[in-house]
Design a protein around this ligand. Structure first.
Ligand code: GDP
Ligand code: IMO
Ligand code: MG
Length: 435
């Protein structure tokens, strides 16, 4: 299995949590490499049902070391709440570590996220308001505070005073709201620091050592390729890279140490927040998908926009991630739909586009060109053997493989850990998963 990066192939919420929870049974390490608590990874297994925002989805496997990598922005209050909830459910969190280089989400980040969204008004991005944009902006502006800073109160005081002095000018002079108290934030974060201290350490060496020994390591992505700040639907994107390449930087590995890159895709498309989505369905089929699949955000509860599979966007995602494998989830949601559409190209100003445009102004005007395939009528959620899937489900998958030029190696047919089908077990060396 070696080192596998697992990323979202679309606009997030593809079912990464479920796939990682399953693959973690064979892993030694599971490390989150980007994003923050804007992520919501649902895991349903014998411990219960969880929506993980920061803790890696491998935490339910007692032999797995879980790492929150340097590429993640951590809200300590959210993380402590999550650890507490896991412990209450009998989950062992003693093998969880936090990179001392990971940046922290501070109270002014969440406040500024909300104020900036309100300032944008009708042009709002629809962020999760978790302070992600402001926290990653501070990281590159060299104004951030890192987990390791909490371990030394003098360092922390110095960094916080410098950052807050500047933030309070923005808050009072630009947004005309009250300044935040240095002492209050300092006391609150010192308290978090004491609770988190046992988890905080240098983590890249743990991952490198395992990778060097050839031990199985999973790098858990957050969000999805089309929310990438460079390649996504800018400016309707998130603020850290969800792409496989960021897997290296977000944990401290080099590109030569990655063996496989698995993209998780839904059998259809969803998007939460603003920004173009060419295949969005604002009709009863979109509503049917949303209700059947409970497409409401795991972090914000917002209804997700639903639509047909977009193979133009999908192909682009395969390319920019360099995918070796695809895990296709939610295939069961299409049970009983008479005819299934796939977008194979866009129509724009009389032209046919087969590649994903850079400019959202173009994407907003793109009309999907669809190919239509027959659906299957039977329920597939109880099927565990690839050969037993209806021939029309096989046809749908082979057409997606052709359009995306990447093999589908896992098929998920329901939200629970065991609702999975290994298509080609030998390629992933997962044949002993015991599904
Ligand atoms: P993530 O952010 O990529 O981990 O995905 P989310 O957890 O935000 O959203 C995925 C949702 O789909 C969750 O409610 C999962 O329980 C559910 N889910 C995952 N895989 C499947 C599947 O194959 N079929 C169905 N019906 N639901 C699934
Ligand atoms: P997971 O890991 C889906 C979206 C937000 C918004 C945009 C920017 O669960 O797949 P941000 O708060 O990051 O500044 O918001 O990105 N977004 C997600 N959408 N799944 C996610 O994570 C997301 N994380 C951020 O809705 O459109
Ligand atoms: Mg999610």
């Amino acid at each position: 299995m070696a080192v596998i990066v697992i990323v979202g192939g679309q606009w997030g919420d593809e079912g990464k949590g479920k796939i990682i929870d399953l693959l973690a049974e064979k892993a030694k390490i599971v490390a989150r490499f980007s994003g923050g608590d804007n992520a919501g990874h649902t895991v349903i297994n014998p411990y219960g049902e969880f929506r993980l925002h920061l803790v890696p989805s491998g935490i339910f496997n007692p032999h797995v070391t879980c790492i929150i990598g340097n590429g993640v922005a951590i809200n300590p209050a959210v993380l402590l709440g999550e650890i507490d909830d896991l412990r209450k459910h009998g989950v062992d969190t003693s093998r969880l570590f936090i990179s001392d280089r990971a940046h922290l989400i501070m109270p002014y980040h969440t406040l500024l996220d909300a104020l900036e969204e309100e300032r944008r008004s009708r042009g709002a991005l629809g962020t999760t308001r978790r302070g992600i944009g402001p926290a990653f902006a501070d990281k590159v502006a060299r104004l951030g505070i890192r987990a390791g800073d909490l371990l030394d109160k003098d360092t922390f005081w110095g960094r916080l005073s410098a950052a807050l002095e500047f933030k309070n000018i923005i808050l009072t002079k630009v947004y005309q709201v009250s300044p935040l108290s240095l002492e209050e934030i300092y006391d609150q974060y010192c308290h978090y620091g004491e609770q988190l201290a046992p988890f905080i350490r240098e983590t890249s060496s743990i991952i490198r050592e395992a990778a060097t020994k050839g031990e199985p390591v999973l790098l858990e992505g957050a969000q999805g390729a089309l929310l990438d700040p460079d390649f996504g639907t800018y400016p309707y994107v998130t603020s850290s890279s969800p792409l496989a390449g960021a897997g290296c930087i977000g944990v401290g590995l080099g590109p030569r140490q990655i063996d496989r890159v698995m993209g998780v895709f839904k059998a259809y498309s969803t998007r939460v927040g603003a920004g173009p989505m060419p295949t969005e369905l604002k009709d009863e089929i979109g509503d049917f998908i949303r209700e059947k699949a409970h497409e409401y955000g795991a972090t914000t509860g917002r209804p997700r926009r639903c639509g047909w599979f977009d193979a133009v966007a999908g192909r682009f995602s395969v390319q920019i991630n360099g995918l070796s494998d695809i895990a296709l989830t939610h295939l069961d949601i299409y049970d009983g739909i008479p005819s299934i559409k796939i977008c194979t190209a866009y129509k724009f100003n009389g032209d046919v586009l087969t590649s994903f445009p850079r400019d959202v102004a173009i994407l907003e005007k793109c009309q999907p060109i669809y190919e239509e395939l027959d659906g299957w009528q039977e329920s597939i959620s109880g099927i565990r053997n690839f050969e037993k899937l209806p021939v029309r489900a096989h046809n749908y998958m082979s057409r997606l493989e052709d359009l995306l030029s990447c093999p589908i190696n896992l098929v998920s047919v329901g939200p629970e850990r065991r609702q999975i089908i290994l298509v080609k077990p030998s390629t992933l060396h997962l044949d002993t998963l015991g599904t």
